[in-house]
Design a protein around this ligand. Sequence first.
Ligand code: NOJ
Length: 731
Amino acid sequence: MNRFALASAVGLLMLGGGCGGSSTSVTSPPPPPPPTASPDVRADYLVSQMTQDEKVQLVHGGVTTSNPVTPHGAAGWVPGIPRLNIPDLYLADGSVGVGNGVGQATALPSSIASAASWDVNEAYKYGKVIGSELSAYGINVNLGGNINVIGREPRDGRTFETKGEDPVLAGKITAAHLKAIQDQYVIAGIKHFSLNDQETGRGQANVLIDDRSGRESDLLAFEIGVQDSGVQSVMCSYNLLNGTYACENPYLLTTVLKGDWAFPGFVMSDWWATHSTAAAANAGLDQEQPNDTYFGNLAQAVQSGQVPQSRLDDMVHRILRAMFAAGVFDHPASLHAIDVSGDDAIAQEAEEQGAVLLQNNGLLPLNGSTLSSIAIIGSHADTGVLSGGGSAQVTPNGGPALTEGNPCPPCWATVIWDPSSPMTAIQAKAPGANVQSNDGTNASTAATLAASSNVAIVFVSQWASEGMDLPSLNFTDVIHSTPIDQDALVAAVAAANPRTIVVMENGGAQVMPWLNQVAAVLEAWYPGERGGQAIANILFGSVNPSGKLPITFPASVNDLPRPTIAAPPDSTSIFNVDYTIDGFNVGYKWFDTKNITPLFPFGFGLSYTTFSISNAQLITNLSSSNPNFQVSFSLTNTGSVAGAEVAQVYLGLPAATGEPPKRLVGWQKVLLQPGQTQNVTIEVDENDSSRPLSYWDVKSLEWQVADGEYSVYLGNSSRNVNLVGTITIGQ
Ligand code: NOJ
């Protein structure tokens, strides 16, 4: 029986009785609502029982100068209130696996690889690994769910944590991660709200963007992520938006998030991103992290009338409500070992589904039995695979294969190579071959080895991290004091042996000056702690690649909306980052609008088989209340091996709306045996959280479907589509 149940059983206590004196009756607290009551009702009850000091305790982190260490290696901690059975909150990072500091955990492939699977079921498994492992470590709040960047700035050092440039794909993949995490009774988080799309000067960057552009791009990704997952926490970002810090921005936190989207959970600040007490609280911030610099003063701010008591109560209600909704009260985390082998299998599958084959002149897949010699060159491929740095860094199971210092910037994140040797996995696929490695530091010795080998596999890598942006989109060595020129390395190896395959370990888009010289290119992203095995399985055809790019690979940084990243003049001044240049035309929408040919388009990825689409039909069912349509077609595997294709539906809005030529509105990943045909129907429903037919109308402040002609396209990348038909609305 818990404390509340005991109080309820005792009921009315008789005090002051005894030796014939007069008795006084005191009403004990009302009974708590049963566990079947709604999270709101349960939260309201607790709020009604709390003192003002207890309320203030819940709205800020417990990390202070005198108490700098958080239990469980967490990044943040909110002490609970034992008197009311309110448990402690332990907050830990985890965009690509349980964050550094907590303990060894499964290093998943980067989140962008999960997005490249274009498979929400696969993404759910990915999130389940994160949630179950956090819970095994006693963590009950996740700080993952990074949905920034959205392709505005492909050099952003955190691109690997994110889900690409399309708000619908990113929103749906993120929602699957978050739902899976909360299904493990861990409060999930989505971050960094919002428009924190570059790391350079992130705390001083004043993002300029108009309401419509924001709502149709970065905010739409958050909206889908929030609505589809039921996520209970949102982390506001370091940057300013149109002159106001995100964590005290009433437009972001109250008008959009809590108003238009009816978000019922709580907003926490990014670490030290709170800048005020009353302004932040009144704007909609519910919890300061990781300490109490501003929200420690909330009782005084309420007493002086600067913050209404109702706002403080709402802040506390939202935090408690989130705890009830996610199951933190009813299903407390219990410490236990993580399922390393089960989670490793998911890590490998996520990589096998998310790696993207960008080029293949027929050399792949390799046949291990016909190769007598293989050269493995560069990127410590004899030892491990690269991971991304910063707060999303995972300490892999078994510990890092190799660490390589702390590049500056960001100066604080360690370069970690996960313990999964591609060379060992490749040798296992070609047991009869002489597999030799070269570290790639000297292009001429690498070329000599390549010349004497049947095939050369060059691993190129680009380390990136929170706290930095990349100097370019070339493979730039930011790790070593004497940088390795990886572009020159690939060119030298390819000149020595045309049977050269490039495997890329990186977090986002890259340019490839050597592309025409090599036989094949595999985008492996940061492939996680089973990356070596997954890469070998793809190179040797045990797995047929099916990933598709969730971001555009430009041919040059000069093709980006901002060829140079905006930078602050000093370490304190606010500076503008102008997103009015691209507005809602992010990623492929920018390239389509400007008619620029990318190196590789959004949605692109090769397979070892071929597919054909036939009998494509547009089925409309339009009414003003539900303007939805379907695209049905037959998809055939016309090759000789099993494989999966991602069929993609794009929509062009009426020209008068000023929208880009097309937007992604639906897709389906279909696995087919050789020769197999499957009839597929993709539904596009305006009632979906992505509002596929709408634009944001700044007059009515609502989503609107414009009158006019809509073009429906079907294909397998944003640049390989056919018109299926047109829809006319309202004319
Ligand atoms: C700052 C990062 O921006 C955020 O993503 C992270 O969750 C916190 N630090 C806590 O580590």
